[in-house]
Design a binder for this molecule. Sequence first.
Ligand SMILES: [Zn+2]
Ligand SMILES: [Zn+2]
Length: 373
Amino acid sequence: MTNKPPLIWLNITIFSVSFILATVVAPWYGWQFGYGAEHWIWLVVCFSFCNLSITTGYHRLWSHKAFEAHWLVRLICALGGAFALQNSALHWASDHRVHHKFVDQNDKDPYSAKRGFWFSHIGWMLRSYNAATYDDYSNCRDLQKDGIAMWQHKYYVALAILMNLGVPILLGLIYNDVWGMLLMIGAVRLVLNHHTTFFINSLAHIWGKQPFTDRNTARDNGILAFFTFGEGYHNYHHIFENDYRNGIYWWQYDPTKWIIRLCAWLGLATKLRTAPAIKIEKARAQMSLKYATSKVTQLPNQHAIVETIQREFDAFITELHNYYDVKKQLLESKKNSAAQRYELSVLKARYQQVKAELLEKRNRWHQVVAQYA
Ligand SMILES: [Zn+2]
Ligand SMILES: [Zn+2]
């Protein structure tokens, strides 16, 4: 038998007590005394506040520096993060950066999905697996210069208690039901916050599609995105981790992205980072090529088909480069006031031409992929 690291009784107690309160005591209380609209509304409000603080603050801002935020945004996220009871932003970001750097490497990734659902979901927090490096924050020197992140780290325990007991008790006093609010806003909200976040480490590495990369286990999953405020597009996120978006298409549900955009519009967020569009499209096309060619291996005329697929792929990628080259030239000459009006109009015409050509090649590529994938 291998020696397992010692159990962390504090975490075990928090997870199991909150789970029993949420799944047994809270329903019993509701059956005995009933819950009003205020309980349900505040449950949704507090659940959203906590999860959005984790996704916007802990994850995209502090772990990935996907944008820069006004102190007010950071303060709100620091309070919401303490309310979500997921350790300090500094600690969370440090673990998360290791997860990205060594994803799926069982000995290094703190919540490696290759160690199974239970371990990546919650098991990694039940034993002191990384005792030696627990408070090594050398991969977060930038956060150590962030006054609000450091203030939250220093007073994390006090803030966590204040938010987790203070907010439900305050609501209980306002609505004259302290026990009901402690159960709903304390326990039920906490359990929902915990497990929806944990699903990103477990389910989002098991269940879903891999449209951008198969170099790691991360998956895109719209259902998970719904419960995690956009974090379910985890396959995209693991290849373009500094992008402030996780769901990049307009039809993808990514409220965290919308919140960051809203903050930018209000002047509370700046320097929103996005991955270059050409890299995104190339990554996606390369995966489609891989899926399409692997699907036709059983067909009798597979060599001819693979050749066709490859030819369409090459034509599409060449056009993609043409388009982005001309687009770049056009933008540069628009900036350069010395550019001749004639030159500019020639470039504009060329741009329209390559754009049309790209659309045509892209359509053809999509048809080929749809045919064989
Ligand atoms: Zn991940
Ligand atoms: Zn991440």
